[in-house]
Write a protein that binds this ligand. Sequence first.
Ligand code: SF4
Ligand code: SF4
Length: 438
Amino acid sequence: MPIGGKKVLPITHEKEHATVVSSLSGREWDVSGQWNRMLESRVLTDYSYAGLGKIAALPGGESLEYCYGCGKCVPVCPVDLVSEYGPRKIHRKVQTGLDLFTSDELWKCTTCANCLRVCPKEVNMINIMPAVREIAIENGNVPDELQVVFEKTFRYGNALGENPRRRHAWTKGAGVDVPVLPSNPRDVDVLFYVEDYWSYHPRGQHAAQAFSRLLTLAGVDFAILGAEEKTLGDSQRLAGEKGLFEHLMEDVVATLAKYNFNRIVTPDPHGYNALVKEYPKRGHNYPALHYTQLLADVVDKLPLVNSINKKVTFHDPCYLGRHNGEYDAPRKLITAISGVEYVEMGRCKSNSYCCGGGGGGMWLDGFNSNHLSERLSERRVREAAETGAEILAVCCPYEVSRFEDAAKSTGNEHLQVLDIAEMLDMATGGIGAFAGTV
Ligand code: SF4
Ligand code: SF4
């Protein structure tokens, strides 16, 4: 398969005539040509170190040059299944002349970490890609649709460019009291950090309402920040906007300093990743949970009176599972619902496929449509449908809309995509728009 770049033909060391003689029979063989070449040292391809050196010199870019070409990363890379990708291929392309700083290859990686899981040399694309992207962005080499999201996030504090004052508009339909801390400051146990897609996307708002009802049923003392909340911006960081992430972090830390709470709970695995991994690196430590972890602790208090008599499969979010090791809490919640027939997809847990939304991919569907044979979310939906499942359960705010679109575009409309919070809400007889639809 052609790998691009400037190739240099092998230097051959071929003798005009060479023979070997059998010590037993005395017969003589002509081993000129191909056989003969194997007896000499040779260089298959010469290349300049300049490309790799430029990346290795970046903080975070060091490990790309550690690659020794074993190839383990390529079959597990979700992008390779719909394109030509994986760290080994990127390493080789850079060796043979690709300028990653200006190449479209830079934006395909979702930072899903499946390659890092198997790489014996710890080539770390989760550090390499943001480091190179940061320089590319400084030089104006960034896909337009991603640049728009960066600007919206900077201006409005959310990736959707929505009015910050409407952050908690969803609470009106919750059917329970959702306390807003800035309106009523008090000590609270759980600070519910709603994040962008549960605040503004219609399906996310349903899940936020369902989660609020579940917290109320379980007797959890909680509150939200309302208009004072801004995104934690971890996906923007991984897409290369480290400066924006740090700017947001200063605002978030200043806001959090005004209130007293015991722990932060967020539905967004990307936000959760920021709180447990990135904030501590910069001296900010908050006890943080993903919402499935909190619910798994209190599920025994929920009156799960309704059955969901359906076959259900579950998609592990990369930033909850592979990045942060939580595989059990979501499964505990799904299987706590009576009637559920649970089935795993072939790719699950640490080897789960990626929905395509991580590392900025959430905002690059237009760009990727020119580079991938199909969206990662479409491939994943087909995997879910192959299990015979009727419900694809999710627990990342990016995924409901991604998978719903993919179910339509792949002809799998029969596959219902539901957040785990929505499923539990139905099981408790919640009042959500989706109650009674399964
Ligand atoms: S698994 Fe690691 S060392 Fe092996 S080819 Fe991939 S990046 Fe290189
Ligand atoms: S992080 Fe994921 S998408 Fe990126 S190269 Fe590795 S396996 Fe592929």
